[in-house]
Design a protein around this ligand. Structure first.
Ligand code: OOG
Ligand code: NI
Length: 403
């Protein structure tokens, strides 16, 4: 007899996040130390604003992202099924070929506003594209190993997570503290420079641990070695940018990379220069349509249910905001950045990793969709939907046709 089992995907995701965090703390002790640093930094950041840690939104207190690297289509499909149970679905396509890795992937994460508010746990998941490996010998070796294993890509007997990342309110302070405590931090923070109005994602990590492993060799038996598969990161999240905002951002980043290459300055320095062109004021960012916002009818206006706008003139969002009828806040960026992700992959490889030759193939979101057996929604469309829903909700409360 089949009994139906019901579960709450959000609750399961949160249980999983806690369990993973507890496990990672025992496996990678520096992760525990990092989480303590983050709590200390967040506590003092909030104290500076007259607040305490429990005033942080619930999601922020347990917010983590992880990353896994898969080898086969079968593993990718299994992973999709597993995460679906926890309310996590593929969003966004990331092509790592641009940094010469024969990999592509997606982020599994919750998508509804409510699920994101409860726990936005997300996992950056890549899978190997063997057809991109130029050397037939390497390709065949990889395929042979993958055929003979139950999942993992490097040197673990079963699946492993290669990093787990807490979110902080002040990544610059965390970076300083990691260095002060002698942790092997990377020398700079990835992606947008510090701003008054944070956008997208800033990340830093400490370098991988050297862990002992025995590699099995059919002829020589067990060979003692070390691997550097596990590390930890910390992130600070800012606002999701619109398509227009993203185009501007990518252009500024590309020109910073060019400037850094041609003039011997550090890329962080170059990006600080070019990114001055990206406005740093919420009102301006909103008016120029560069950032997504969540709109909400102000409490007092919702109660009064009257506005000056429902008669002759159609209301505009600017007028509703200026009169205090509606309030807004930037929507948090829930995804990843390909350039940053590439930096994370690189930071744990030694020198010599740069001469990988790859076959010249197009990036292929269709191919990944085929593997997953479903469409991969574009991340920017997701934010557009959240913003649009919030505008509709305001109109409904205020009895307006549209704004
Ligand atoms: C994934 C790297 C991407 C991030 O934070 O950008 C990532 C990996 O190392 O497998 O986690
Ligand atoms: Ni990461």
């Amino acid at each position: 007899q089949v009994t139906s089992v019901s579960w709450d995907a959000d609750g399961l995701r949160t249980k999983f996040t806690h369990a993973l965090s507890a496990m990672y703390r025992t496996e990678v002790p520096l992760y525990g130390k990092l989480v303590e640093i983050v709590q200390g930094v967040d506590r003092s950041t909030l104290a500076g604003q007259g607040q305490t840690l429990d005033t942080l939104p619930v999601r922020h207190q347990l917010e983590r992202h992880g990353a896994i690297r898969l080898g086969t289509e079968y593993e990718m499909r299994m992973t999709k099924r597993l995460f679906a149970i926890m309310g996590m679905h593929p969003v966004g396509y990331y092509d790592l070929k641009m940094v010469r890795f024969p990999l592509h992937g997606t982020a599994f994460r919750p998508t509804s506003e409510e699920a994101l508010r409860k726990n936005p746990f997300r996992v950056f998941t890549t899978v190997l594209r063997p057809e991109l490996i130029s050397s037939a010998e390497t390709r065949e070796l990889a395929m042979r190993i993958l055929r003979n294993r139950k999942p993992d890509i490097v040197c673990f007997p079963s699946a492993h997570i290669n990093h787990l990342t807490p979110r902080t309110l002040d990544i610059d302070a965390v970076q300083e503290e990691m260095i002060r405590q002698g942790m092997p931090a990377k020398d700079c923070i990835e992606e947008p420079p510090k701003r008054k109005c944070p956008i997208l994602l800033r990340q830093t990590s400490f370098k991988a641990l050297d862990e002992r492993v025995m590699f099995g060799d059919p002829e020589r038996g067990a060979i003692p070695a070390t691997h550097t598969a596990r590390f930890s990161e910390v992130e600070q999240r800012g606002a999701a940018v619109t398509r227009k905002g993203r185009t501007l951002y990518d252009r500024l980043l590309a020109s910073a990379v060019r400037n850094a290459a041609s003039s011997n300055i550090r890329s962080g320095e170059a990006f600080r220069e070019t990114s001055r062109e990206f406005p740093d004021d919420w009102t301006e960012l909103r008016k120029k349509g560069l950032v997504f916002f969540r709109y909400r009818v102000a409490k007092c206006a919702a109660k009064a249910k009257v506005t000056n706008f429902d008669l002759e003139q159609p209301a505009t969002m600017d007028a509703l905001l200026e009169s205090g009828t509606v309030e807004c806040e930037p929507i948090t960026y829930e995804d990843f950045l390909p350039f940053s992700a590439a930096g994370i992959f690189m930071s744990n490889l030694g020198n010599g990793a740069a001469d990988r030759e790859l076959q010249d193939t197009d990036s292929s979101s269709e191919e990944l969709e085929r593997v997953l057996g479903c469409a991969i929604p574009d991340e920017i469309d997701q934010y557009e939907r959240l913003q649009r829903n919030s505008v509709r909700e305001c109109c409904k409360v205020l009895g307006l046709k549209e704004v």
